[in-house]
Design a protein around this ligand. Structure first.
Ligand SMILES: Nc1ncnc2c1ncn2[C@@H]1O[C@H](COP(=O)(O)OP(=O)(O)OP(=O)(O)O)[C@@H](O)[C@H]1O
Ligand SMILES: [Mg+2]
Length: 273
């Protein structure tokens, strides 16, 4: 990790370094920030956020998305998937700030679109003769998949392919799940857990006023507890100061068609300098 760390004046518990590590607040052991590794020069990381209803999963994702965009260390476009029939999962603010919204649709559509995006980027990779798209100008597609268990369902094979290839294609999947890994989970869900949680894994451990207490396992396999900063619903911090998404590259944008809305304003710089 680099030693250069930036902290927004408006929310000092959040921070980022300049190679794609994002802070989720202060560690309870007093050893500084709790880091989530989104991207460095050679790697784009997916992850799983687990926890029961109301434990702060969506709020944690919100903090990661905001920090990733604000850091401007890597270009980021936000995709948000929350499927209607499974009820109540959609987080209003995430919905608001995402450029690609795949909401209230069938799981087949959601996973199909992500697979198509992966296919398109595989072609780009091949055309450019590269082993990985990390470090290129193509934005990381930060794909928030709420209720991932329902999205995956019996589509374990298609999901596995996506999870396997995602990181070299600049696709970071942040899946939320209510249940921990469990041998009784259906096979597809166990596969999802394994593939996305090899490094970045966040377990939400509180609820009620303790919502937002997280155990993070970082890229090196170390685990520690952090206390998320206080991010109330409708927090004006995010509404007013979040940096806009980077525009999606035309080839990936074409995959999403009407699900994609290009950011209206050019990317602001220096918001949190
Ligand atoms: N870091 C935080 N700071 C302040 N309040 C928080 C924080 N995290 C969670 N909360 C509170 O807890 C509530 C539940 O959080 P959140 O919606 O993120 O949980 P969830 O795990 O996504 O729940 P669900 O399973 O229902 O989607 C929020 O509405 C908010 O009031
Ligand atoms: Mg939620």
């Amino acid at each position: 990790m680099t030693t250069m760390i930036t902290t927004p004046a408006t929310n000092p518990a959040l921070a980022w370094d300049h190679s794609g590590n994002l802070s989720l607040g202060h560690r309870l052991d007093g050893a500084g920030h709790g880091w989530y590794d989104l991207a460095d020069d050679v790697n784009v990381s997916s992850g799983v956020i687990t926890g029961p209803k109301g434990s702060g999963k969506s709020t944690t994702v919100r903090a990661l998305v905001a920090t990733a965009r604000a850091s401007q260390a890597v270009p980021v476009t936000t995709l948000y998937t929350a499927l209607g029939p499974f009820g109540g999962l959609a987080n209003q603010l995430l919905n608001q700030i995402a450029s690609v919204k795949v909401l209230d649709t069938a799981p087949d559509t959601a996973i199909g679109l992500l697979n198509d995006a992966a296919k398109t980027r595989t072609e780009i990779l091949r055309e450019r003769g590269l082993a990985t798209l990390a470090g290129t100008e193509l934005p990381i597609l930060l794909a928030v998949v709420e209720g991932a268990a329902q999205v995956v369902g019996d589509r374990a094979h298609r999901w596995a392919r996506l999870a396997r290839h995602a990181k070299k294609l600049n696709i970071a999947v942040l899946a939320t799940l209510e249940r921990e890994d469990d041998p009784n989970l259906p096979a597809g869900q166990r596969a999802l857990w394994r593939q996305l949680s090899e490094t970045n894994r966040i377990q939400m451990r509180g609820h009620g006023i303790e919502a937002g207490t997280a155990r993070i396992r970082d890229a090196a396999g170390h685990e520690y507890d952090t206390r998320m900063p206080n991010l109330t619903d409708g927090d004006p911090w995010l509404d007013t100061e979040i940096a806009p998404d980077d525009p999606l590259d035309p080839d990936t944008a074409a995959v999403f068609g009407d699900y994609y809305t290009a950011p209206a304003s050019p990317r602001a710089t220096g918001i949190w300098a």
